[in-house]
Design a protein around this ligand. Structure first.
Ligand code: NAP
Length: 242
């Protein structure tokens, strides 16, 4: 069977992506860091809509753990392939650079950028051998324009954008596309404490986006129809920045 693998699939944007890819017929392998009840709920929601899903607990920022857990899964599934990979897991730890600690810098970089590196490396060989694949990296408006108070997060997401463009060129001849999606403000746990009413005033669409609106684009980029789109960064931000 051909699987879709979604990191950070337990909540928010990742959960909506799992549901979208399952709706497209993919059995979904979803990763989470520690929130088992949320991961179980995503699995249940996928099953409730007639799909299949399985959750794997590991920390994407720990490359040894990534190797171990994904390696064990691949070994246990010799006849299955991961055809779609969505590098979605991410955190933010906002503070001005002046007061940023090494821990805050490293945690944010290691999760988004380091996680993308380790997880992609773990599954890429299979895609290369299959001569087919879709890799979709969830970045951010912050990585395109830079946001004050988010030097670590902007750097992590900008790094992912550079990696997306470089990897796309390395593997395009194997029919593997690599693209990035840059959401603006999306309603999830990550943006829970933000004042939507105030911030919406500066968004041309006058509202935060939904996780489903990001997942819809993931669905398209993961489809066979998107075969000639690679190395791109596509924004889903209500017109906030382009
Ligand atoms: P969220 O609701 O906070 O969910 C984060 C997800 O990532 C959870 O599933 C969490 O797992 C997982 N995760 C965090 N650290 C991890 C780690 N080290 N290893 C494995 N999984 C980890 O976030 P979200 O808003 O859906 O964001 C998803 C992605 O979109 C992130 O990359 C974020 O930077 C990006 N993004 C979000 C927005 C927005 O406005 N929300 C805007 C632009 C970009 P647990 O449930 O186990 O904690």
């Amino acid at each position: 069977m051909n699987y879709a693998f979604v990191t950070g699939g337990s909540r928010g944007i990742g959960r909506a992506i799992c549901l979208k890819l399952a709706e497209m017929g993919y059995p979904v392998l979803l990763n989470f860091k520690g929130n088992k009840p949320a991961a179980d709920e995503t699995v249940a929601l996928v099953r409730a809509q007639g799909g299949s899903a399985e959750a794997l607990c590991f920390d994407v920022s720990n490359s040894e753990e990534v190797q171990k857990v994904t390696g064990e899964w691949l070994e246990a599934h010799p006849n299955d392939k991961i055809e779609v990979l969505v590098n979605n897991a991410g955190i933010r730890q906002d503070t001005l650079l002046m007061s940023m600690t090494d821990t805050q810098w490293n945690a944010v970089l290691d999760t988004s950028l380091g996680g993308m590196y380790s997880v992609t490396k773990a599954v890429l060989n299979q895609m290369l051998l299959a001569r087919y694949g879709r890799i979709i990296n969830i970045v951010s408006l912050s990585g395109l324009k830079g946001m004050p108070g988010q030097v670590n997060y902007s750097a992590a997401k900008a790094g992912m954008i550079g990696a997306t463009k470089a990897l796309a060129q390395e593997i395009a001849k194997r029919n593997i596309t690599v693209n990035a999606i840059a959401p603006g403000f999306i309603k999830t746990d990550m943006t829970e404490e933000l004042n939507e009413k105030e911030l919406a005033k500066m968004i041309p669409a006058q509202r935060f986006g939904t996780a489903e609106e990001v997942a819809a684009l993931v669905g398209f980029l993961a489809s066979k129809e998107a075969a000639y789109i690679t190395g791109q960064v596509i924004s889903v931000n209500g017109g906030l920045y382009s």
